[in-house]
Structure formats: structure tokens, C-alpha cells
Design a protein around this ligand. Structure first.
Ligand SMILES: NC(=O)c1ccc[n+]([C@@H]2O[C@H](COP(=O)([O-])OP(=O)(O)OC[C@H]3O[C@@H](n4cnc5c(N)ncnc54)[C@H](OP(=O)(O)O)[C@@H]3O)[C@@H](O)[C@H]2O)c1
Length: 311
């Protein structure tokens, strides 16, 4: 779905865009496509100082230090920008940083500062964000959307489903397990329905939506809706790896997560288990923007032969 905001349909050329989360999986592609689209200056807001001489390879791209939990640094990163993208993420809370810090407070900080400097904003959230959810992650994403709306009335919310590309996202997550173990433990019977979307298609939507005042939200999904298990089978087949799926009931996953989520690196959390319980299906925002979403198959071409087949 793409929800019109009731304004004029117009795209404004951006002179300077600041990308928060521009070093991340989606943010890197947003930066690449902003450059390709001719944006005159692109600022990647980074948490850690970039070593001197770390070449980005394009003199229109610069890095600036900012942490979304620190409003002053966010304001400085946005100085002089007419566009902003928030593609910051936190999947595993730490002792010092929780979901609310990044997805609610951080999102509000970016939205408030963007409004103050007069920058258009695309805020990346996720399909299923729900401020009333009992799950911490899903609730924080929903509350974050509300905070962004309250702080910046013109912000565009982009809600992707699970992302993929040839080298990353869903493809990488599945291959990592397939290459490590002979059995592939499924969440339940693998029946949760997903609609994976190519990272580049979402990045393109973000670039298109920056500065549009006729749209206030856009859900982004791929062309296929299938059970999770079917996507795992498709990726295994493309990589030439024999799949031995093992259905594991959700209560068992929940129990494992209870034990492991406090370990360093938290291999599994209850929030992740909860996310895998709910279907992730998007309304049709991409085609409304004139973007034909790519299928998973397009990213899997060339995968075959990269790993030895296993019995
Ligand atoms: N990946 C998916 O399948 C998927 C699906 C649906 C929605 N989304 C949404 O898409 C967005 C991007 O996700 P992603 O998968 O690309 O995330 P990611 O690869 O984990 O990248 C996260 C980015 O956030 C930055 N960051 C983290 N904490 C920060 C802070 N306090 N201040 C400033 N920057 C901070 C990281 O910077 P450092 O380099 O400093 O770590 C990194 O650039 C998120 O909103 C996510 O929820 C992703």
C-alpha cells in the first residue's frame, strides 16, 4: 500500500541528504542509489570516528559523527541537509541500549531535528509495526512511527518486509545455517508466510519518496508470498545444498531463547521467535511507485556451485 498524504505530487531534487544507518545493510544501498540519482552531497552519519584516509570513493559522500540517541549530534549531522533517511536498526538490545532508545527516542530525535532544519524525512520501519503489541520489538517500532509522525508531519514511513540480496539478508541467514548443520531447524513447521523484498527495490523506493509530499507511508514487499519453508527450500536448491528440515515447535524455540538471550551475542531472543510467528506480508507500495519488485530467483542465479552439495 502507498498512502497518499493529500499534498501535491512533486519530487524535489535534493542538494544534501544525511543518511542515518548509512553503514548498514539497507543504508549502504540507499547511499549508493542516492549517489546514482545525482544527489549533490550525501552525508553518512556514523557512530564511530572514521579513520583518516578511509576513502569512500566518491567525493560527494562524506561521513559525520552522530548517534541517534544524542540529539545534539543528530542536529549537527543534519545541518544544511534538505533530506534525511533514518535506516538505523537495533535487533539485539544490550545492557545499555534498548529497543526504545533506538526505535522510539532515536527515531524522534532524527524526526525533530529534520523538521527543525527543514529536511524531508524517510523513516524506515517494518511491516507489522504495532504500538499496541505485547512484543517489545514490534511495539517499539510502532511507537517509533507515532513519535516520528508527531515530530515531523511530512515524514514518509517506509515499511519493508524481510530483505534479501544475492549476498545478504534472508539469503545469507539461510545459507549460514545450511552450511553449518546437516539439519535445518524450522520455526514451527515453517508455515509463517513471508514476502521477501530485494534490498535494492526498497532503497529505490526510499530515494523516490524523499521529498514527495503526496505520500505518507509505503509498504514494500516482493512479488512472492510463500511459507518460510518454501523460501528455505528455494535457497538450498539454488546453492546445491541438500536440505533436511526439522520442524521445531514454537514453545521449544521460546524456551531456548529464554536460556540463550542473555549470552554474549544472544544467538536467539524471544523477540526474534515472536517475529517468526507472524506473517510478514506487505501492501503493494512498490508497484504503485512504478517499481517492479524483483523475485528471490533473480538474486539466487549464480549461487549454484558456490558450495559443495551435501547429502
Ligand atoms: N534487514 C531486514 O530484513 C529488514 C526488514 C524490515 C525492516 N528493516 C528495517 O530497515 C532498517 C535498516 O535495517 P538493516 O538490516 O539495514 O540494519 P543493519 O544492517 O543492522 O544496520 C543498522 C545501522 O544502524 C546504525 N546504528 C545502530 N545504532 C545506531 C545509533 N545509536 N546511532 C546511529 N546509528 C546507529 C548502524 O551503525 P554502525 O555501523 O555504527 O553499527 C548501522 O549503520 C531498520 O529500520 C530495520 O528495522 C530491515
Amino acid at each position: 500500500m502507498i498512502r497518499p498524504a493529500g499534498g501535491e505530487d512533486e519530487t524535489t531534487a535534493m542538494a544534501q541528504v544525511t543518511v542515518f544507518g548509512g553503514t548498514g545493510y539497507l543504508g549502504r544501498e540507499v547511499v549508493r542509489q542516492l549517489a546514482q540519482a545525482g544527489t549533490r552531497r550525501i552525508r553518512i552519519a556514523v557512530r564511530h570516528p572514521v579513520p583518516a584516509g578511509a576513502a569512500v570513493g566518491d567525493d560527494r559522500i562524506e561521513t559525520v559523527e552522530a548517534d541517534v540517541t544524542r540529539p545534539g549530534s543528530v542536529r549537527r549531522a543534519l545541518e544544511g541537509s534538505d533530506g534525511a533517511v533514518n535506516a538505523v536498526s537495533l535487533y539485539l538490545p544490550t545492557r545499555t541500549v534498548g529497543f526504545e532508545d533506538i526505535h522510539v527516542t532515536g527515531a524522534r530525535n532524527v524526526a525533530s531535528a529534520a523538521r527543525e532544519v527543514g529536511a524531508a524525512l524517510v523513516h524506515v520501519s517494518g511491516v507489522g509495526a504495532d504500538a499496541g503489541s505485547s512484543q517489545r520489538y514490534i511495539r517499539a517500532r510502532g511507537q517509533g512511527e507515532q513519535a516520528v509522525r508527531a515530530a515531523h508531519a511530512g515524514a514518509v514511513l517506509v515499511r519493508p518486509t524481510v530483505l534479501f540480496s544475492a549476498q545478504g539478508g534472508l539469503v545469507e541467514q539461510v545459507l549460514r545455517v545450511l552450511r553449518r548443520t546437516r539439519v535445518f531447524p524450522l520455526f514451527g513447521r515453517g508455515e509463517t508466510r513471508l514476502q521477501p523484498v530485494h534490498r535494492s527495490d526498497v532503497a529505490r523506493a526510499i530515494v523516490e519518496l524523499l521529498g514527495r509530499n503526496d505520500v505518507d507511508e509505503c509498504e514494500c514487499g516482493g512479488p512472492e508470498v510463500k511459507p518460510y519453508r518454501a523460501f528455505v527450500e528455494q535457497i538450498a536448491a539454488a546453492a546445491g545444498i541438500a536440505l533436511h528440515p526439522l520442524p521445531v515447535p514454537f514453545p521449544a524455540w521460546h524456551a531456548v531463547a529464554l536460556l540463550t538471550e542473555r549470552l554474549p551475542g544472544a544467538p536467539l531472543t524471544r523477540d526474534q521467535v515472536a517475529l517468526m510467528r507472524a506473517d510478514k506480508i506487505a501492501a503493494d507500495g512498490l508497484t504503485t511507485l512504478g517499481i517492479a519488485p524483483r523475485s528471490l530467483d533473480t538474486a539466487l542465479r549464480g549461487l549454484s556451485g558456490t558450495s559443495p552439495a551435501r547429502g
